[in-house]
Design a protein around this ligand. Structure first.
Ligand code: M6R
Length: 368
């Protein structure tokens, strides 16, 4: 039931504060991750883990890419992420004490299942953790450890609340591994838990600014292409924003790490190429600002979703939408993704596409 919402996608976007609160429920308390969060036997596995290999497709893959920044930066734990369809056909090397993490909303994605089955055939003792939204799924049945995202049923083909709850679940995994392996100081754990507890409210704030995103969508609807730029953990968020836009509005969208601009895509920039970027307040902001100057100098229309303190302001052909401020490195990608979801949604509605059921796509991709 769509209730008051015109599409399931919009309903699911608005369900994110609750979905995240549900995913956190009973898993963190008093500034700590609770030992039972990942079930019996998890701590023993987490204590000896030396690498993490994340496997997923589509939007779930983007969640994994964000987590790679967190695991390596915060825990100093090597982490690789790969799309399942490549991973399982290239005869990958997986070293001992690698924790395999399969991310999937449906738990029925054929490529992800095939990758897990290949790894299990190779070494039945190798631990596989599923982060999944469907309790009865094949992935859940075939994994050793399970963390359920509690997003509730996701009907729209374009994944939104599943992605946000995956990110929160990956943050819980970061905490659990950090704790069990002694790689995270207690003060850091407390800081991250406190940040996670604020995420539902921050998302609600971002949703409350939805009307302003619709105004930006009106400027994009006639475009044929769009370039999304981000740095650090915002690079996968740029990829996710581009995927949403192409999936439901059929506008060709590409994402680049902003630092790669001058290695090629800058050649595409002129007044017909809108550039969309995400500017949280972090140590990469100055670098991002110089990338922004590179594109505006070439006449591109720029759309920036920025931290209120970023010191970026609207001007001719530059549209700055303040999103939030004072968000930490875990919360930032989760929150800055919200306006990109809304942007894709409003562009699609303005174009009149079948938002919940885009052409050529299925909700669950059960063929390889
Ligand atoms: O169910 P899964 O998370 O395994 O699905 C993976 C992708 O098929 C999925 O995320 C797809 O990319 C979405 N339609 C994106 O919105």
């Amino acid at each position: 039931d769509r209730g008051q919402f015109r599409h399931f996608m919009l309903k699911e976007i608005h369900e994110q504060p609750q979905a995240i609160a549900d995913t956190l429920e009973g898993r963190i308390a008093h500034g700590h991750i609770l030992p039972a969060a990942f079930g019996v036997g998890a701590d023993e596995i987490f204590a000896s883990v030396e690498r993490v290999q994340i496997i997923a497709c589509g939007t779930s893959y983007h969640a994994g890419m964000v987590a790679r920044y967190w695991f390596e930066d915060i825990l100093r734990l090597p982490c690789a992420v790969e799309v399942a369809s490549e991973f399982h056909y290239r005869n990958p090397v997986v070293s001992p004490n690698t924790l395999i993490v399969a991310l999937s909303q449906s738990g029925e994605t054929a490529d992800t299942l095939a990758a897990i089955r290949m790894l299990k055939r190779e070494d039945p003792k190798r631990p596989v953790l599923a982060i999944c939204n469907a309790p009865e799924s094949s992935l859940v049945r075939e994994s050793d450890l399970v963390l359920m995202t509690r997003a509730g049923p996701e009907i729209s083909v374009a994944s939104t609340k599943a992605f946000s709850t995956q990110l929160v679940s990956l943050a819980l995994l970061l905490l659990a591994i950090g704790r069990a392996s002694g790689r995270m100081e207690e003060a850091e754990e407390q800081r991250i838990v406190a940040g996670l507890e604020k995420v539902p409210g921050r998302i609600q704030d971002a949703l409350d600014h939805g009307d302003r995103v619709r105004e930006l969508a009106e400027l994009l609807v006639e475009k044929e292409h769009a370039l999304f730029l981000g740095r650090g953990p915002m690079y996968p968020i740029a990829m996710e924003g581009a995927l949403k836009l192409k999936e439901i509005s059929y506008i060709h969208a590409e994402a680049y790490p902003a630092g790669e601009l001058k290695h090629g895509p800058l050649a595409l920039i002129d007044e017909t190429m809108p550039v969309i970027t995400i500017a949280p307040q972090n140590e990469l902001l100055d670098k991002l600002k110089s990338n922004i100057a590179e594109v505006t100098a070439r006449g591109a229309e720029l759309f920036v979703f920025a931290d209120e303190r970023a010191g970026l302001h609207s001007a001719d052909f530059t549209h700055v939408l303040p999103v939030t401020s004072h968000v930490g490195r875990i919360s930032a990608p989760i929150i800055f993704n919200i306006p990109l979801q809304l942007l894709a949604y409003h562009v699609a509605v303005l174009k009149g596409t079948d938002v919940d059921q885009p052409r050529n796509l299925a909700k669950s991709v059960t063929v390889e």
